[in-house]
Design a protein around this ligand. Structure first.
Ligand code: B1M
Length: 212
């Protein structure tokens, strides 16, 4: 198991698309727990990419290539992660906040929620506050999910919640927030209803927020 995961880790780190696909398939065929494969083989590699970027060993292009390799693997692992019997009837509008282009974590959260039966409206990345408000007015979701990966853009989460308050919509939806720099205490501070540090816990938080 260690060896397969190490190969997968290395192929994400090196941005080796073909390696990601074949090592991931080997891991899944060997019936390794898909959550362990995702966390220890793929997400851990993205963390290492971040460390190398910080250390000046990787630059934006390397980060981008690793992200694309990771995304190519997500398409393969998706059906393995989504197997669940407990279906929800909730509706979620999700997006990465204004100014932020990171979407791998947000996509994972959307994928897991979808697998748990939630209807997902994914607004993508760099989502302006007005867009969240417009879609909430139109679609009347139960939950708005916001993701941010930058310490600068996480401030948009507070601004978005404040804008919902000003628009008289705050009591119409629950907010769940997450992303690498986001913490539970930040979520409490800005008045979010839920926080999750990872995608699978986000499903439990979402279910509890709609009383399931
Ligand atoms: Co950028 N980047 N990046 N980057 N990037 C980070 C975030 C960084 C920490 C790297 C570092 O320095 N160590 C750093 C931020 C520093 C900071 O703010 N303190 C950084 C920087 C600086 C930048 C740029 C400014 C670099 C530059 O241009 N000079 C630039 C900003 C662009 C912008 O957004 N405006 C930039 C660009 C990029 C790429 C485009 C090249 C690429 C993103 C590609 C893409 O997403 N399509 C990229 C990448 C890949 C990263 C790292 C290496 C990996 C992020 C990732 O995908 N992780 C990242 C390093 C790191 O995070 N340690 C880094 C895997 C993913 C599964 O984890 O997103 O955390 P994560 O999601 C988790 C949880 O956080 C949680 O669940 C997920 C699954 O478990 N979660 C939620 C996430 N959203 C949630 C929402 C929820 C609940 C849970 O509810 C709704």
């Amino acid at each position: 198991m260690e060896e397969i995961l190490k190969k997968l880790f290395d192929s994400v780190l090196e941005g080796d698309f073909e390696g990601v696909k074949s090592n991931l398939q080997t891991a899944l065929d060997a019936k390794l727990d898909p959550t362990v494969v995702l966390n220890d083989g793929m997400i851990a590699a993205m963390r290492e990419v971040g460390c190398r970027f910080e250390a000046g060993d990787y630059y934006v292009p390397e980060m981008l290539i690793a992200a694309r390799a990771m995304q190519s693997g997500m398409a393969i692992i998706k059906p393995y992660l989504q197997q669940t019997d407990r279906k929800s009837s909730g509706k979620v509008v999700i997006g990465t906040v204004k100014g932020d282009l990171h979407d791998i974590g947000k996509n994972l959260v959307a994928l897991m929620l979808e697998g748990a039966g939630f209807e997902i409206i994914d607004l993508g990345v760099d989502v302006p506050i007005e867009e969240f408000i417009r879609v909430v007015r139109e679609e009347k979701p139960d939950i708005v999910g916001m993701s941010a990966l930058l310490t600068t853009t996480m401030q948009m989460m507070k601004q978005t919640i404040d804008a919902f308050e000003a628009a008289g919509l705050r009591d119409k939806v629950k907010f769940i927030i997450g992303g690498a720099p986001v913490t539970e205490s930040y979520a409490n501070k800005i008045g979010a209803d839920g926080f999750s540090s990872d995608a699978s816990r986000a499903v439990n938080v979402a279910k509890s927020l709609i009383g399931e």
